[in-house]
Design a protein around this ligand. Structure first.
Ligand code: SF4
Length: 393
């Protein structure tokens, strides 16, 4: 699903963020927060006071005194309560979908690491000014939103701005679980971890990667010398200040060999972790240019994955396997497998059509259509013994 569209503008002088309404809002009911979205509906009685008007029709001569984007295509999914940003050139980007369980705020394109398999390659741009947009977006979200991911780039580079965003989420979305994806390096500075803990968000978890039990191996994957020490210290500082953490390990040719040792390192050093996620690699971003160094068929690391999973499980940690297809996983690992791929980039292959496990299987990232395991095959007998035959029970 594309989360952006291009239309033709009439009088959109500056970027506008607003909440979609298709039914319209009565005058005096915060129309200024709303963008009226009309597909084939007849023109409304009046459009005064809306932040903007969007329409799939070829024009909107009836929309007086408001910014208009017309001739939009590919926006059928837009629904009441969604939030979009309209640029002066007619570019409409969906920032939030009320019915989706997979909403996120991309805080910045900057990062202090340069991971070899980064799915969202960092850019050297000064985009911290976007904090105001993020705050506005939180204001417009439905307070019933179950979960929100804060990601980047590296969100903590906003420093005080990051803390402000978390505080704002706590105030405006008190029932929404926050999951922050961060490299954790800035929590090396204890005061930063302390300040985050002091916010006292009721449902906050930080997902932080640890790629090896060996410092130089981790630093190589993230292309930043000293990152391992910063992340490990950061994790302990967060634990000291009662901030929940998830440890994330992305599996590829540079991380799988020491996965059992990495699991042992995690269990011994971060027993406070709320969960440990062992993750398949997404085939986007820097993965393409580093493919020769990173690619291993997931089938070929099942032994290490099974050893690590069982060790973490027996150590009392909540271990999860993300982004793996059930036909490649040993069946003893199925209870750990999660449907982890965001709905807007989750696909299944034609091969999956007859598969009896499809309802339980998380499928693929859209980007895996061209490159995926050679061992994908529909499962036609769910009682068959372990398909991969490698589990260490
Ligand atoms: S065939 Fe497709 S749906 Fe079935 S387990 Fe494999 S990836 Fe999942």
């Amino acid at each position: 699903m594309k989360l952006y569209s291009l239309g033709t503008t009439a009088a959109v002088p500056k970027a506008i963020i607003g909440r979609i309404t298709t039914a319209g809002i009565a005058p005096g009911q915060a129309r200024e927060d709303h963008i009226l979205f009309l597909k084939e509906a007849p023109p409304p009685a009046d459009t005064d006071g809306y932040a903007a008007v969007l329409t799939t029709q070829g024009g909107a001569p009836w929309a007086d005194h408001v910014p208009v984007v017309h001739s939009l295509t590919g926006v059928d999914y837009l629904a009441d309560g969604d939030v979009v940003r309209i640029d002066p050139n007619g570019y409409v980007r969906t920032l939030y979908r009320r019915q989706s369980p997979n909403n996120f705020i991309l805080t910045t394109d900057q990062c202090n690491s340069y991971c070899l398999m980064c799915s969202q390659p960092p850019k050297r741009v000064n985009d911290f000014y976007r904090l105001a947009e993020h705050i506005r977006l939180v204001d417009l979200m439905d307070p019933e939103t179950k979960e929100l991911v804060i990601t980047g780039g590296e969100p903590t580079l906003l420093k005080d701005g990051f803390l402000r965003l978390i505080q704002h989420c706590k105030e405006k979305l008190p029932g929404t679980a926050l999951h922050v994806l961060t490299n954790g390096r800035l929590f090396y500075y204890r005061r930063f971890a302390e300040a985050l803990g002091a916010i006292g968000h009721p449902d906050l978890m930080l997902g932080i990667p640890v790629y090896s039990d060996v410092d130089s191996a981790h630093d190589y994957v993230v292309q930043a010398k000293g990152a391992f020490e910063q992340t490990v210290t950061g994790l302990h500082n967060l634990a000291r200040h009662d901030v929940a953490v998830e440890i994330r390990v992305v599996l590829h040719a540079l991380t799988y060999r020491r996965l059992p040792q990495t699991a042992e390192f995690i269990a011994r050093n971060f027993p406070f972790a709320a969960q440990v996620a062992l993750m398949g690699m997404e085939m986007v971003g820097f993965v393409h240019k580093n493919m020769a160094e990173l690619w291993i068929d997931p089938h070929d690391y099942q032994k290490e994955l099974a050893e690590a999973t069982w060790f973490l499980f027996r150590s009392g940690l909540n271990v999860k396997i993300y982004n793996h297809q059930l036909c490649v996983l040993d069946r003893l690992l199925w209870p750990f497998a999660c449907r982890s791929i965001s709905d807007w980039k989750n696909i299944y292959l034609d091969t999956c059509d007859p598969c009896l496990a499809r309802d339980r299987c998380g499928g693929f990232f859209e980007s895996a259509a061209k490159k995926h395991s050679d061992y994908i095959k529909p499962l036609l007998d769910l009682k068959a013994p372990h398909n991969a035959g490698v589990a260490v029970a």
